[in-house]
Design a protein around this ligand. Sequence first.
Ligand code: ADP
Length: 375
Amino acid sequence: MTQSDILIKHLSTVFDPELGANIVELGMVKAVDHKGLTVKIDLALTIADCPMRNQIEKEITRKLTLLENVETVEINVVAMDQKDRTAVMEKARKKARENAQPTKVDPRTRVIAIGSGKGGVGKSTLSTNIALGLSKKGFKTGLLDADIWGFSIPRLLGIKGRIEANDEKLMIPYDYDNLKVISTGLITSDEDTALMWRGLMLSKALEQFLTNVDWGDLDYLIIDLPPGTGDIQMALSRLLPQAELIVVTTPQLMAQKVATRVADMAKRSFIPLLGVIENMSYFETSNGDKFNIFGKGGGDALAEQFSIQVLGKIPISEDTNDIADDGTPLILQEKNTPTKTEIEKLISVIANKLPPIVDETCTGRLAKVFEELSK
Ligand code: ADP
């Protein structure tokens, strides 16, 4: 695969929300040139002055600068000629007719998969708290426990209920104070269902959760991946091209080595790496002294290796276990602890780095072009 193929692959995860398709399939990317750390793109837009132009340009820059060999993106907007414009609109119309979404997750939903090299690093704890935190900020958020057999989210949230299906036989996520939660732990009460799920391959199970769940309209979907690498990441990039990955690691250099494999695998599946979280980073005493109980440097080393950001360093909490077991997640705890404070900061960093897609439209853009088409 050439460098330009790789860039095109990443550009095809940038979505034109109004036209319902990605900018590559819509033929908007006219030329890509990569020299040194700079990428130059000729981008054709249906109408040059459009509020969405800004959003599309920002998204292209954000996506490409996540790549380790891209620092600057220069976008040259070229006008579309009539022929191009007709072709784009035909494609958009065809797409709308086919309603060809492979999953029930809206292409405008920001999808953050949270992975780790091995279990026990706090991946599920962080996925749960991040999802709750985004939901608390007012974003419409879903939490998918893709750890099919090792699920822990129902326990972390203290959910005892079961999810149900609607008339169209789609599963309805469990509503945890507006956070929409799906986990095998919420469906496997009867033996038959349990057997069915056990028989599914991991990637198939993920597919079920993305295609058979009525996710509705979400700003964010947080996916707690099973530990390790493999099928599930490939399935993820196939089913949800907009997915981006956060890798959770602990400060030990050994842990970082295992996490490297996950990041490598994501790169090979063209899943952008949003950043690293170093969990159990240090312990802070009540007078503010910090101790690096599990060593130092794992998160930074991983981030440096892949030219990505450390999104947060989360201290060891004295209470995580107790709180998790009685079903009150850390972020909802009243007491302010160093761990809670750092998780809250982390959530803001994530929301800033990956802001929800706003529905800016180019007023009359579609109407105008459909009118031209019908002439
Ligand atoms: P994973 O999903 O990576 O297997 P979990 O989220 O289940 O990991 O966490 C493993 C254990 O570590 C749990 O008992 C959890 O309560 C604890 N834990 C997670 N993060 C922290 C933290 N920052 N401080 C203290 N304990 C933590």
